[in-house]
Design a binder for this molecule. Sequence first.
Ligand SMILES: [Cu+2]
Length: 113
Amino acid sequence: MRYICLAVAAVVLSGCNPAPSQEGAHGGMEMSTVSQAAVVKTGTGTGVVKAIDAKAGTVTIDHEPIAAVGWGAMTMNFPVTPPSLLDGVVAGQTVTFDVTVTDNKPVITGIRK
Ligand SMILES: [Cu+2]
């Protein structure tokens, strides 16, 4: 009886545990990678300029989805580096822009009209 109980326990453990524990280990590895090094993603987006703050060096863009950085369509405010990229950019314009996202903080590094 004892062996049977152990066998049943082993089957239950092997049947239920591997999938969740593997996922947990995998997730844990990803988590530690995230906490140890900056995650940098770059992408190119297209959108309509909603507002510009030349003094702050920021631009608000209603952008289309940018798969490379995992974003859906949204309106958001970006810092622009260097701010001179905003020269000649006006609200209402449709622009293509390069964005670098470091640990979820986006910066626009290029704008094309
Ligand atoms: Cu966005």
